[in-house]
Design a protein around this ligand. Structure first.
Ligand SMILES: Nc1ncnc2c1ncn2[C@@H]1O[C@H](COP(=O)(O)OP(=O)(O)OP(=O)(O)O)[C@@H](O)[C@H]1O
Length: 246
């Protein structure tokens, strides 16, 4: 009998530390953190303000560099990549939903969503078709030609989510992606993330809301830059948020 081929995780963070600043001003944002996300998994990350959640996402997305440790996306070690290679991984493999959306003001909603595809040499018409289809999925049909300034906060957030999931992204990183949304739209967006994971992507969802953990396969709790607890989605996340696990 042959052994099954092991599946390469979409994200592996091994003994990762990130120190901002030096000397007396040094802040240990992450300390010896381990996190593995497999294809198909949605992992929620929770923890108090300042516990290192955004730092974790920035490192996983190649937007920041670890002070120590190893980070692999689809088996590729980010620290060993040249600048152009890292940019290609970020464009093709990683979809990022930023807290402040980061939309390009001079591009329409559809153009913002199509941009990562076009940078990856998908032809204009096909990129536009895919962008519109994802905008439909997030409930923004008909708003393709709106500019970010003419969108509400919730609509802009959904454009940012569409941009993160368009194409064949295998790792989706979402920092509080439902913050500006009403609860129905928020649930819809989480269902979309869940569906992308069920189709084979892996996702890390930073959230303060315990009920969002219900969409996740696992919940990882951070405090002072390290994982202090980890559980399936049945965890009593409320207790952690309210202080029971502190
Ligand atoms: N560029 C930076 N320079 C200095 N310190 C930083 C920097 N970025 C983050 N920090 C510090 O690192 C620690 C972790 O910050 P981080 O933003 O990752 O936490 P967080 O859990 O995402 O917080 P929040 O829930 O408030 O967004 C905090 O003490 C923060 O002040």
């Amino acid at each position: 009998m042959t052994e099954p081929t092991p599946v390469t995780p979409v994200l592996e963070m091994v003994d990762v530390s990130r120190i901002h600043g030096r000397g007396d001003a040094a802040v240990h944002a992450l300390r010896g953190l381990y996190l593995t996300v497999h294809p198909g998994e949605l992992v929620a990350v929770m923890g108090p303000s300042g516990s290192g959640k955004s730092t974790l996402l920035n490192l996983a997305g190649g937007l920041d560099q670890a002070t120590a440790g190893r980070i692999r996306v689809r088996g590729q070690e980010l620290g060993s990549l040249r600048k152009a290679e890292l940019a290609a991984v970020r464009r093709r493999a990683v979809g990022y939903v930023f807290q402040d959306y980061n939309l390009i003001p001079s591009l329409t909603a559809a153009e913002n969503v199509a941009l990562p595809l076009e940078l990856d040499r998908v032809r204009g018409r096909e990129a536009s078709r895919q962008a519109r289809a994802v905008l439909d999925e997030v409930g923004l049909e008909g708003l393709y030609d709106r500019f970010p300034d003419d969108l509400s906060g919730g609509q802009a957030q959904r454009v940012a989510i569409a941009r993160a999931v368009v194409g064949e992204r295998s790792l989706i990183l979402a920092d509080e992606p439902t913050g500006a949304l009403d609860s129905d739209t928020g649930e819809h967006v989480l269902a979309l993330l869940r569906a992308r994971c069920d189709a084979g992507a892996g996702a890390v969802l930073v959230t303060h809301e315990a009920r969002h953990a219900g969409w996740a396969d696992r919940v990882v709790f951070l405090r002072d830059g390290a994982v202090v607890d980890e559980a399936g989605s049945q965890v009593d996340a409320d207790a952690f948020v309210l202080g029971g696990r502190r």
